[in-house]
Design a protein around this ligand. Structure first.
Ligand code: CP
Ligand code: NVA
Length: 312
């Protein structure tokens, strides 16, 4: 049942949810992972539309399978199929969809598409990645971090590479939940300053430390988690070669991993460009948790769907 105290309609930015609601989401994720059969009717009779303007393997499959496992029905809408905002305005797409479905998952180029759809639709809208955030990735990753360390308090997450959407959501979630977060990013590619400001505001309440550096070695020092992502995100393909030159010193390799704690784990949201931001040795090494992260996307997204839609 949807808790009466739970007021959020959508899951668009980590910033929108309170620490308490985010902890509850993670607790529910643990329960759903352990006892999936207890939740098999949660979305019975409900339909969820999924708009993907960009490519996806993990997010597409985990939402599709997750909705099925909760007893619901998913409808995949590709950009080629609906041509969002061009064939028809965002407003009109929203006003059509809300007459038929009970929830919407969207991967889009513009954060404003998520917020506009959420404004126009009565039902929940879930951000499955935009240029500013990837909140579903962050909660899945925190499940993996907690599975490994039991807690996040006093632990250090070092994000090394591009100050992108994944970096933003991880930083906001670390700040909300009290995990120390260091971003080691080449000059000029740092996370958006408004997001850093927001994270520092949340960190004041949780006691987390938020640090932005321009040196990979320094960033990795004493870390519990070393995290990276591609240097050129979807939509930045034209900058790929220039970025590869600029980011060279930020590659995660065995030597850089040695800067972290001996007990440190390696994480990557995937897809990875092996040999660029990370070596095969680290991807396939014993500290790597990349496929646990991919699995945990399923459990945490089921928890998001359950929190927003069950008993609706
Ligand atoms: N990590 C992630 O979101 O993967 P996809 O782009 O394949 O969905
Ligand atoms: N930063 C990457 C994440 C992919 C899951 C991108 O936006 O392409």
């Amino acid at each position: 049942m949807k808790k009466e105290s739970f007021a959020k309609k959508d899951f668009i930015s980590i910033a929108d949810w309170s620490p308490e609601d985010l902890w509850n989401l993670l607790l529910l994720s643990f329960r759903m992972k352990e006892y999936p059969a207890n939740y098999s009717d949660a979305l019975k009779g409900k339909s969820v539309a999924m708009i993907f303007e960009k490519q996806s393997l993990r997010t597409h499959v985990t939402f599709d399978v997750g909705i099925y496992q909760l007893g619901g029905h998913s409808i995949y809408l590709s950009q080629q199929g609906i041509n969002l905002g061009k064939r028809e305005s965002i407003h009109d797409v929203a006003k059509n969809l809300e007459r038929w479905v009970d929830g919407l998952v969207i991967r889009t180029y513009a954060h404003s598409n998520c917020t506009d759809l959420a404004k126009y639709m009565w039902c929940p809208v879930i951000n499955a990645l935009d240029e500013l955030e990837h909140p579903c990735q962050a909660v899945g990753d925190f499940l993996t971090i907690i599975e490994n360390f039991g807690d996040v308090q006093g632990k250090k997450l070092a994000f090394i590479g591009d100050g992108n959407n994944v970096c933003h959501s991880l930083m906001l979630l670390a700040a909300k939940l009290g995990m120390n977060f260091t971003a080691a990013i080449p000059k000029g590619y740092e996370p958006v300053s408004d997001v850093v400001k927001l994270a520092r505001k949340f960190a004041k309440q949780s006691g987390a430390k938020i640090e932005i550096l321009n040196n990979a070695k320094e960033g990795a020092r004493n870390a519990d988690v070393i995290y990276t992502d591609v240097w050129a995100s979807m939509g930045q393909e034209a900058e790929k070669e220039e970025r590869a030159r600029i980011f060279k010193e930020f590659q995660i390799n065995a030597k850089l991993m040695k800067q972290a704690k001996e007990t440190a784990i390696f994480m990557h949201c995937l897809p990875a460009h092996r040999g660029e931001e990370v070596t095969d040795e680290v991807m396939d090494g014993k500290q790597s948790r990349i496929f646990d992260e991919a699995e945990n996307r399923l459990h945490t997204q089921k928890a998001i769907l359950h929190t927003l839609m069950a008993g609706m």
